[in-house]
Design a protein around this ligand. Structure first.
Ligand SMILES: Nc1ncnc2c1ncn2[C@@H]1O[C@H](COP(=O)(O)OP(=O)(O)O)[C@@H](O)[C@H]1O
Ligand SMILES: [Mg+2]
Length: 392
């Protein structure tokens, strides 16, 4: 028994020796250098530079898929700008998805501009008025970064963007320039044309990274994070290839390398081998599925749960019956068959189920519906939801 404990401790001590600076692989870490993003860094700097001689910079929209370096580039350039030490410059960074509501996004802007916004109680219009008044009174030059702005617009519409992009004279001698960041390439399609033309005075696209570029990025990050010889060139190649071939997403690649390092650490290995990386990748996929389930609306969860009742797959009619029964037991409304079909298509897109159309000969066509994920993962994740806790 005590031998085993000694062994665990010995491994932990050796394992700790793998990382020199684990934070260098954390999602929040922004490295000093951002290889392959010089063009984008310089363009953002050029657009914002006029603020150093008191002119209002154009609004700019950065867009590209997740993990293409948008947030890192914006934050890096802005921290350099702030380091210029201009007195009336306020840089406010809001991630609208994390802030979660229009009100809280505005409250964060309020805080950076020095306006006290109560937790609740004011209308959006009032909050905007207070902030604008302060900007005008103090002649503040604001650069407002709205990260994951697609979330805000998708959830609440483009009302506050409208206010910002039309604020012009109301703020003089102060002003507000927007840096919008969107992960959704189609984000612009849903905007009011006036908001769009103002927000995208300048536009910058962030292309996905190639596998080669990811290899370069990982090599630099690994150099900071690990002791030498922990992450071999072969290990880095495999991480870049596995994370990159599909999405060109640096976040995935970095997560994969970090988790592979943790697996190696736990196993008491001296370096990251292929099997560590494969296990790390499985773990990420597992976590992705859990997260996808967790963030589903309640009706989608109910439908997913109904699908899971049929081990060998089922058809639309049978499923609908199971679903309505389940809703009755859980005490929630059930949707029409048509809505359920729509939700099945969404669950299919997320890779949680497969819903394929099969022909029944002369009797027409039906859908064959099958769960693609483990019962266990589903049961465990749904039991956290009090609506289903007792049924799953
Ligand atoms: N060119 C790069 N060099 C080094 N690290 C990068 C680079 N681009 C992105 N990263 C890192 O990858 C992760 C994701 O980048 P991020 O800027 O958050 O992407 P996005 O905002 O486009 O989703 C972050 O940890 C970031 O530091
Ligand atoms: Mg981002």
């Amino acid at each position: 028994m005590s031998d085993e404990i000694d062994e665990i401790f010995r491994r932990a001590k050796e394992g700790r020796a793998l990382f020199v600076d684990r934070d260098a692989l954390s999602p929040e870490y922004i490295p000093e250098r951002l290889p392959f993003r010089d063009t984008q860094m310089n363009s953002v700097a050029e657009v914002l530079a006029p603020i150093l001689h008191e002119s209002k910079p154009s609004n700019i929209l950065l867009y590209g898929k997740t993990g293409t370096g948008k947030t890192a580039v914006a934050r890096r350039v802005l921290s350099k700008l702030q380091a210029e030490g201009k007195k009336n410059l306020v840089v406010s960074y809001v991630n609208t998805r994390l802030a979660n509501t229009e009100y809280r996004s505005l409250a964060e802007l309020g805080q950076s501009t020095g306006v006290q916004i109560p937790f609740t109680g004011l209308s959006i219009g009032e909050v905007v008025d207070r902030i604008f008044k302060e900007i005008r009174a103090k002649g503040i030059h604001v650069i407002l970064v709205m990260d994951e702005i697609d979330y805000l617009v998708k959830t609440f519409g483009d009302g506050i963007l409208y206010e910002f992009t039309r604020s012009g004279d109301r703020l003089a001698p102060g002003f507000l320039s927007l840096v919008g960041i969107s992960n959704d390439l189609k984000f612009k399609e849903g905007l009011d044309p006036r908001v769009l033309s103002s927000l995208s005075e300048e536009e910058l696209v962030f292309p996905p990274y190639t596998v080669d570029e990811l290899r370069g990025i990982l090599t630099e990050r690994a150099h900071t994070a690990f002791r030498s010889s922990v992450a071999s060139a072969a290990a880095i190649n495999l991480c870049a290839a596995m994370a990159g071939s599909e999405h060109g997403d640096a976040r995935r690649a970095i997560d994969l390398l970090r988790i592979a390092g943790e697996v190696a650490e736990r196993e008491g290995l001296k370096e990251i081998d292929d099997s560590c990386i494969r296990r790390a990748s499985d773990k990420m996929e597992h976590d992705r599925v859990e997260e996808a389930i967790r963030s589903l609306p309640v009706q989608n969860k109910a439908i997913l749960l109904a699908v899971s009742k049929f081990r060998g797959g089922t058809n639309t009619g049978e499923l609908y019956l199971a679903y309505t029964n389940l809703c009755r037991r859980a005490g929630i409304e059930s949707l029409t068959q048509r809505r359920v079909s729509g939700i099945l298509a969404e669950l299919d897109l997320l890779g949680l189920i497969e819903a394929s159309v099969v022909s029944k000969g002369r009797r027409g066509r039906t859908k064959r519906i099958q769960l693609l994920i483990g019962d266990e993962t589903l049961g465990k994740t749904l039991s956290e939801d009090t609506t289903f806790g007792k049924n799953s």
